[in-house]
Design a protein around this ligand. Sequence first.
Ligand code: SAH
Length: 447
Amino acid sequence: MVLPLARRALLAGRRRLPRPASAPRAPAAAARLCSGAGGEAEAAGGDGAMLRHLTRKLRASGPVTVAEYMREALTNPGQGYYTHRGGVGESGDFITSPEISQVFGELIGIWYISEWIAMGKPPAFQLVELGPGRGTLTEDILRVFKQLTSVLSTCDVSVHLVEVSPKLSEIQAVMLTGGKAQPSPEDESAYMKGISKTGIPIFWHRDIQDVPPGYSFYLAHEFFDALPIHKFQRTEKGWREVLVDIDPEVPGQLRFVLSPSRTPATQNFIQPEETRDHVEVCPEAGVIVQRLASRIEKDGGAALVADYGHDGTKTDTFRGFQNHKLHDVLSAPGTADLTADVDFSYLRKMAQGKTATLGPIKQREFLKNMGIDLRLQVLLQNSGDTATREQLLHSYDMLMNPEKMGDCFNFFALLPHHRLVHPDKKDKPESKSPLPPVAGFNELLLK
Ligand code: SAH
């Protein structure tokens, strides 16, 4: 059922607009590659407003957790990196898969339609993207929805973007609505709304809790890695939390210190059976996954999470990026992107069995299963000039090469239990036809 549709979308000749076919794309070094893969760290300037703010705060109340430091540096309403600088894209500090290739978002669009059909074509769904960056991924997904209008014609689709950055939400509004979005009245759950260029209503929210209840497909691409982490170090005296403090030796410089005793976080977040000596935990990611799982359990839908990460094995992955280079995490806060690998084992645990989980599966396997090779062939056949063809091959290599983004980026999904196991299978196993496999996590048979 879904396969001919997927095939139709993969074979569509259209390339995304308004970018010209020959637009320069990001060089390989530009992606936020896996931990430690980016070369020497660079320090950089900025006007120092965030550093002054943090220094005042540290003087007044002492060292802060890494989570508090990261929250201030990234999303402080005045000088935070995302709030103020934006950062995503070729002209920013790091490049992401949807910015590298249109194919990435197209395949994700097909994934949602595939799940919508597999779940019995509910009459309405919300596409909810967490941390949409420049809005490129949603734009590519909406283009696929438009191509498959005849399939979705009976379905009432709306888009909900969860974004804290005023700067990025403006960029998203230009990308998705041609700049025609309007601020909403204060009492509404959305702070801005508009209509996509393809005619779909779009709403902007600051928090997932503001998104109205209802059948929803959630998307989090390079979102969880931007959320604040706590860091812990095992010592002879037991677990200690890593904190950020002023360096007394060097004026205007910050340094890491260890908490003199246990902190509430060491007590709450370190498992007794932990074997690593250094651990990073992102409680905010845990809370968001709990919310997603509760909403999917109650209202239906699915969540697709794509990010670099590990399954509870890595230790020190906290790093900064500026101008596409590694950047000292404590230098010039507010001017660089700060990020840490996502711990998928923690996300799975935080779903608390309310939903089933799939993955993490490597990006190159997921995209291959989704038909990236066929899509590449179609785009190559339809492109007349050598520069475009080279660009298509280059971006394919960026996404798929195990040394680049193919192995360190992962896909992970939350799905209702009944999507994977018939509710009454135990009673009458023979009476049910098999459930359709979940695309991406299984090979998609296109013929
Ligand atoms: N998904 C995009 C952008 C990734 S960058 C892409 O792959 O290209 C991280 C995004 O998350 C930015 O849009 C940033 O503003 C947003 N963000 C960071 N912290 C957030 C938070 N606490 N709540 C909502 N959005 C957040």
